[in-house]
Design a protein around this ligand. Structure first.
Ligand code: ACO
Ligand code: ZN
Length: 284
């Protein structure tokens, strides 16, 4: 199937094989030239090394003993885990991850200088190991208060609610850090859609719950409870058309329609991050 996000730009690789999946690529990624024109690139799903043939990958798999990403498992709930990987300590893995993710990201440029970043890889576990679903990277020190640099759900796992889990996880880390966070700009179209959906759902749920207790929240209250930056809260409320000017000040009012939509969303059985399954401390 043709990918709608493909732009008129020279792609080098067309297809990769990773684990049980064959995945069509979306964008250019600077794999070494000797791999640039082969029809199918074979990637070890655990260490993310790449090979020109099935045979080479097979030989590698005899030697490669990894069955999960090479870092600390900081979260486990049911079959979902998160591994934290330090770009300075696992340079090769993190570069390979950046090369892989660039195949699905148009505008990001990070490949070689992985030292300043931490990588949070989300996996799903079965008898063969912990398979990479997606990840986000995060600067160790962000002057802009970004809590996510790049975020990706592998295409074979997209539209199943995993992106939402990654985003949720990034804000759980910010809550532990006692900081407000936001993703690095610019966002891709898909990134914007996913963040908007997450911000709206989270804020509307919080407002509905608070209303039940007879209390009111300001934008700063919402930011403090969610670890969203006030800007993102404000924009979300504007998108929901929930800011009304009343007796000389702005008040937050949810329309019937917004509340109905939210209740429908809440009835969907979805995976959520369980903060009690997260064992993590900030690095500084
Ligand atoms: N069309 C319409 N809405 C979408 C789409 C889409 N293709 N994808 C996500 N959404 C919205 C929907 O509201 C969706 O909820 P729903 O499925 O209940 O309707 C919501 O976002 C969450 O979707 P998830 O299934 O949780 O998200 P997914 O696992 O597909 O991951 C992600 C989203 C990470 C953005 C993925 O599309 C991706 O990896 N894209 C390629 C890389 C990319 O663009 N990353 C973001 C770059 S910006 C940055 O890195 C800071
Ligand atoms: Zn390997």
């Amino acid at each position: 199937t043709q990918n709608p996000h493909e732009v008129a730009r020279v792609k080098n690789l067309n297809t990769i094989q990773i684990g049980k999946h064959e995945v069509e690529t979306w964008y250019f990624s600077p794999y070494p030239v000797e791999y640039a024109h082969i029809p199918l690139l074979y990637i070890c799903e655990f260490c993310l090394s790449y090979f020109g043939s099935q045979k080479q990958l097979g030989r590698h798999r005899h030697k490669c003993s990894l069955q999960h990403p090479p870092g600390n498992e900081i979260y486990r709930k049911d079959d979902i885990s998160f591994f934290e990987i330090d770009g300075r300590k696992q340079k090769v893995y993190c570069r390979n991850l950046c090369l892989l993710s660039k195949l699905f990201l148009d505008h990001k440029t990070l490949y070689y200088d992985v030292d300043p970043f931490l990588f949070y890889c989300m996996t799903v576990r079965d008898d063969d190991g912990a398979h990479l679903i997606g990840y986000f990277s995060k600067e160790k020190e962000s002057s802009e208060q970004y809590n996510v640099a790049c975020i990706l759900t592998m295409p074979q796992y997209q539209r199943m609610g995993y992106g939402r889990l990654l985003i949720q996880f990034s804000y759980e880390l910010s809550k532990i850090e006692k900081r407000l966070g936001s993703p690095e700009k610019p966002l891709s179209d898909l990134g914007l859609l996913s963040y908007r959906a997450f911000w709206s759902e989270t804020i509307v749920q919080l407002l509905i719950e608070t209303q039940k207790t007879g209390n009111e929240l300001t934008i700063d209250d919402i930011a403090a409870k969610t670890a969203f930056q006030p800007q993102d809260v404000l924009h979300t409320l504007q998108n929901l058309n929930a800011l009304k000017y009343y007796r000389g000040q702005y008040v937050i009012v949810l329309s019937e329609q917004v509340i109905k939509n939210a209740e429908r969303q809440m009835q969907k059985k979805r995976r959520e991050i369980d903060p009690t399954a997260l064992s993590w401390k900030p690095h500084n």
